[in-house]
Design a protein. Structure first.
Length: 163
């Protein structure tokens, strides 16, 4: 079977599943236009992540105009994962030295919230697990809080006795 014959068979199969391709492509074109307008407003440069997300739009258009199929959702999840893989790690907004002399990465998050994580913890050290603290502390097994309860996660001196 030639490539053209295989393509013809694939198109016939898709027409059976989805019907006339024109309405789906009209829907897809509108969705792509909205996405590409956002890219133009952002910086105008398409990224590999954008390409993966545009492929996800194909699946969303098929759901919207061709009806629900499990294959669409499977592919949509796959393109979301591809987009994640194509996303470069964002550099920290700032690297600062804390009052304890250790270096920390600061990343600005949504709604003005920041995350602070230690950089290059020494062997045997780990970030404090108390919410929003991240001060480097020694790894301890079966540490005890001030109430006689043990916990496995390390806490800095300021948070070691808090529940």
């Amino acid at each position: 079977m030639s490539i053209l014959d295989k393509a013809k068979a694939a198109i016939e199969d898709r027409m059976t599943k989805y019907g006339d391709p024109t309405p789906m492509h009209v829907c897809q074109a509108a969705m792509w236009s909205a996405y590409l307008e956002g890219v133009a407003n952002r910086d105008g440069e398409l990224t590999p992540r954008d390409c993966a997300l545009l492929m996800a739009v194909v699946k969303i258009a098929r759901e919207a105009c061709g009806g629900p199929l499990e294959d669409n959702l499977t592919d949509l999840a796959g393109y979301a994962r591809v987009a994640e893989l194509c996303t470069p790690e964002r550099p920290p907004d700032q690297i600062t030295t804390g009052s304890d002399g250790n270096k920390y990465e600061v990343r600005q998050g949504d709604g003005g919230m920041s995350s602070v994580t230690p950089v290059d913890l020494a062997e045997g050290m780990r970030a404090c697990t108390y919410p929003s603290c991240h001060v480097p502390t020694l790894r301890r097994e079966n540490a005890f809080d001030g109430f006689g309860n043990s916990y496995l996660e390390p806490r800095c001196a300021a948070h070691a006795k808090l529940p």
